[in-house]
Design a protein around this ligand. Structure first.
Ligand SMILES: [Zn+2]
Ligand SMILES: [Zn+2]
Length: 265
């Protein structure tokens, strides 16, 4: 597992130098900062292990991103693309699996343990507990999965709030931008879900801040093996939707995805 992690890290380190910017002159009106943001975004969320050089150019990645988000696939940076790039989102890449081990990303059993290791000071602990249980129930309602909570030791899914560098290779970035990330099923970090402590987390009573139920449902989807969906209505869509209401449900696309992995209830 350590090897896989190193490989991924190595792949990430390789990317910046390979992103040429041949289109810089073609997009008038965009500042240097926006170009840099776009480069960073594509490096982080459109990760390839491919050794083919053309798979890692700025233009190829941008086209891939445009395809993912259902935008015209031009390979050119414009304000609509930038607007999406500036939305708060999940830290898991849209194309590469955030998986530490090869093989299918699902738990080989239906009874899964979880532990809430640390909390945010934005919400009372019992509210966090309730929201995590609610998020898990949204997934277990549609599948044969059962979740049980442990209060000490190692659980399959370890849930924590952390800021900045926090023990994996994916440091958080302060308020905004990346809100959380989670790892596909597996040993060690596998299945774990991390939430950025620097966000302002809220329950359904407030619309200011990030709705923890929504984010937890999304991240726990990754913990169960789901990747990002291009379906705007799906919980597994990568950007955070500010209009999300308290009583949201899984979308048909989410249900299809989870049942493909674990079957129906
Ligand atoms: Zn995600
Ligand atoms: Zn993390």
């Amino acid at each position: 597992m350590a090897d896989m992690r190193l490989t991924l890290l190595f792949a990430l380190c390789q990317l910046p130098g390979s992103l040429a910017l041949p289109l810089r002159q073609e997009a008038g009106g965009l500042g240097q900062l926006q170009w840099e943001q776009a480069e960073n975004y594509l490096e982080r969320f459109y990760v390839h292990n491919s050794k083919r050089k053309e798979a890692n150019t700025f233009e190829t990645k941008l086209k891939e991103m445009q395809r993912f988000f259902g935008l015209p696939v031009t390979g050119k940076l414009n304000s609509r693309v930038i607007e999406i790039m500036q939305k708060p989102r999940c830290g898991v890449p849209d194309v590469a699996e955030f998986s530490l081990s090869p093989g299918p990303s699902k738990w080989p059993f239906n009874i899964i343990s979880y532990r809430i290791v640390s909390y945010t000071s934005d919400l009372p602990q019992d509210v966090v507990d309730e929201i995590v249980a609610k998020a898990l129930s949204l997934w277990s309602e549609k599948t044969p999965l059962k979740f049980y909570r442990v209060k000490s030791g190692i659980a399959d899914i370890m849930i924590s709030f952390a800021r900045g560098v926090h023990g994996d290779f994916y440091p958080f970035d302060g308020p905004g931008n990346t809100l959380a990330h989670a790892f596909a099923p597996g040993l060690g970090l596998g299945g774990d879900a991390h939430f950025d402590k620097d966000e302002h987390w809220t329950d359904s009573s407030s619309s200011l801040g990030i709705n923890f139920l929504y984010a937890a449902t999304h991240e726990l989807g990754h913990s169960l093996g789901l990747g990002h969906s291009s379906d705007f209505d799906a919980v597994m869509y990568p950007t955070y939707k500010t209009e999300e209401k308290q009583d949201f449900k899984l979308a048909p696309d989410d249900i299809k995805g989870i049942q493909k992995l674990y079957g129906k209830r």
